[in-house]
Design a protein around this ligand. Structure first.
Ligand SMILES: [Zn+2]
Length: 631
């Protein structure tokens, strides 16, 4: 996933860190998933069958989920599943030979992060079975935290409704009752019934040629963790990009998407050369409406993508490289719990940069690395030390809030450090064997460390000790030996910002037309803090920052506009907040308004005007940033 910026998460993290309870007897187990109720040491799910109807009028999915379960503990009698806002109308145990027996069930413990546990008692006749089916009849709620139901006016076409899911981190349980932990992998199949004019797609074997008739069958033969269960239904059409790749979108977005993502097939082929075989069959993209809360979500075989990448110049496609790279780090080798999330995100950010270097060039990657490093240093100033480790203690709080520059940027830097120390060839061999060894498994940070130790750290020529690796994983901040990314292009851009601010050159002499978006972003971030508003006006008139259609440049500029209270650009700032729904692009702009000392009320007014078009996750985050209760 491409997640929210850490600065926005901070308020929540600080509150969480301050209120965190410290158990008197420390029985913390890093391998335990503290965000699931499921008793996975006693029962494990191996396969899931969904049979669901999609009702846009009531905003519900209704039908059944059948879990193929294996009993691990012969004495266990109760199965505990994760749910959130589900109504369960029936439960049956399915035994070999076709017998079906009603099972007693009740809801148990409940909290805002984990949802509600569902406890099912095995009937006596089923207690000796080590394998059985568990069928649950259920319906979702319109408040499902995974599903967003968009009315026609919030879609590109404006004529048909659209629904999509976002299961990561702990939201699959709000549309399927199951063991919602990345430690469990399952295969699945599904029958999805929709209004006949609409198409359903899933993180499964989508057939681009499937007839549009309101009933769709899916199969996902590779075992995946529950957070990769995904569904979308809408007026969606398909265009191929290459032999194995293509794009789904509303017709109004198809041409732009085909242009923007034209390099996807080549990315896939290059990725296989670097990281090993692509294990998932097809790789397609689904371009969603603006309210999609993230840059992308790596749902296997079908990445969900924000339309804010449609810049018209392919300048933001590193997100596609990122989601594709998750086909190895994350989807193939998965973090065991959300505390190990750097294994998904740091590794993927590193693979993304390697892929971008092959497809584009090293200068572009160096520029991106510098920007990521800068973001990381800024966040390290404010993130509590206990949460600066790549694999910190995490048994409380909300895993959705535990995402940001530490996992992504510090994780990438750690792997860059290892590459520098061992050389690219040796590190590439390590990665290749890592993906081969742990394919279709979930692993902890400790398992990674042992493997790293075995394959690289203990080598005779090793330049990295286990203690040094442990410092990255378990200590705050950055080790003194951490690499410092640099880019000669960005150094020149920074110097130019200083020269212009000093009045030594005119706006017309700034060669912004030849710059990458990363260079423009760095220029904006390099402007002196005390720049007068007239100078900002001069810059904006000359370079057109407020009118940019590049979402990342807009984000950077409007954060500055809000921090500097450059009110002349506030109309454009509000247009930015209405144009995009991706959290990364808008949450820090709201935060900058809220924190500039004067505009908290104005930010709340702008939020009231925009919020109906936002995803519930984004809406809740911004409400939190603005101190509104309903967060
Ligand atoms: Zn990611």
């Amino acid at each position: 996933m491409r997640a929210k910026p850490c600065s926005v998460v901070l308020l929540t993290l600080l509150l969480t860190a301050c209120s965190e309870k410290v158990p008197e007897v420390d029985d913390y187990d890093p391998a335990h998933d503290y965000f699931s109720f499921a008793n996975t040491d006693q029962f494990i799910t191996e396969h899931l069958e969904l049979d669901l109807s999609v009702d846009f009028d009531t905003q519900e999915l209704r039908g059944s989920a059948t879990l193929a379960m294996r009993k691990l503990d012969p004495d266990a009698t109760d199965i505990v599943l994760d749910t959130r806002d589900l109504s369960i109308s029936g439960a049956q145990i399915l035994l070999d030979g076709g017998d079906s027996i009603d099972a007693e069930f009740h809801f148990g413990e409940s909290d805002s992060t984990r949802g509600t546990s569902l406890i099912l008692t095995l009937p006596d006749v089923a207690r000796s079975s080590t394998e059985f089916g568990l069928r649950l009849e259920y319906a979702t709620s319109p408040e499902s935290t995974a599903l967003q139901w968009l009315p026609p006016e919030l879609t590109a076409g404006g004529k048909h409704p659209l629904m999509f899911s976002q299961s990561q981190t702990v939201h699959a349980r709000s549309w399927v009752p199951l063991q919602d932990t990345p430690a469990v992998r399952l295969t699945y199949e599904a029958i999805i019934k929709t209004p006949p004019e609409l198409l359903a797609v899933m993180s499964a074997d989508n057939d681009p040629l499937t007839p549009r008739r309101g009933i769709y069958n899916f199969e996902m033969p590779q075992p995946i963790p529950s957070y990769l269960l995904a569904i979308a239904v809408g007026n969606i059409f398909f265009v191929p990009l290459g032999e194995q790749t293509g794009v789904y979108a509303e017709p109004e977005l198809l041409d732009k998407s085909v242009f923007e993502f034209a390099d996807t097939q080549e990315m896939l082929e290059q990725a296989e050369k670097l990281f090993g075989p692509y294990e998932w069959g097809r790789y397609d993209l689904l371009v969603l409406p603006p309210s999609f809360p993230f840059g992308g979500m790596e749902n296997p075989r079908l990445s969900f993508i924000t339309p804010s990448l449609l810049a018209g110049d392919r300048s933001l496609v590193s997100v596609i490289a990122h989601e594709l790279a998750h086909s190895w780090s994350g989807n193939l080798v998965t973090n065991a719990t959300w505390r190990d999330q750097w294994l998904n995100e740091g590794m993927t950010s590193y693979l993304e940069s390697r892929l971008m270097e092959v497809i584009y060039d090293k200068d572009r990657v160096d520029e991106e690395r510098v920007l990521l490093y800068r973001e990381l240093l800024l966040d390290l100033e404010t993130i509590p030390a206990a949460l600066q480790a790549l694999a910190p203690r995490l048994d409380d709080g909300d895993p959705d809030d535990f995402q940001g520059t530490i996992h992504y940027n510090k994780g990438q830097l750690f792997l860059q450090y290892l590459e520098n120390a061992f050389g690219r060839d040796a590190f590439d061999r390590f990665l290749f064997s890592y993906f081969e060894t742990f394919a279709f498994q979930t692993i902890t940070t400790e398992r990674f460390l042992d493997y790293l130790d075995d394959k690289l750290l203990q080598a005779e020529t090793s330049k990295v000790s286990r203690a040094e690796a442990e410092q990255w994983l378990y200590q705050p901040g950055l080790p003194s030996t951490a690499p410092v990314p640099s880019s000669s292009t960005l150094n020149a851009v920074e110097a130019l910002a200083t020269v212009w601010a000093a009045g030594d050159i005119d706006v017309a002499e700034i060669p912004v037309q030849g710059w990458s978006p990363q260079a423009t972003i760095h220029f904006i971030n390099s402007l002196p803090k005390d720049l007068a508003h007239e100078r900002l006006a001069e810059l904006d008139a000359g370079l057109g920052f407020s009118a940019t259609r590049n979402a990342e440049i807009g984000r950077t500029w409007f954060i500055q506009v809000a921090q500097r209270r450059y009110t002349a650009a506030y109309d454009r700032l509000e247009q930015h907040l209405n144009r995009y729904g991706r959290g990364r692009l808008i949450e820090p702009v709201y935060l900058a308004l809220a924190e500039n000392g004067s505009d908290l009320e104005l930010a709340r007014v702008m939020f009231e005007r925009a919020r109906d078009a936002y995803h519930p996750l984004t809406e809740a985050n911004i409400a939190g940033v603005l101190g509104l209760d309903e967060a």
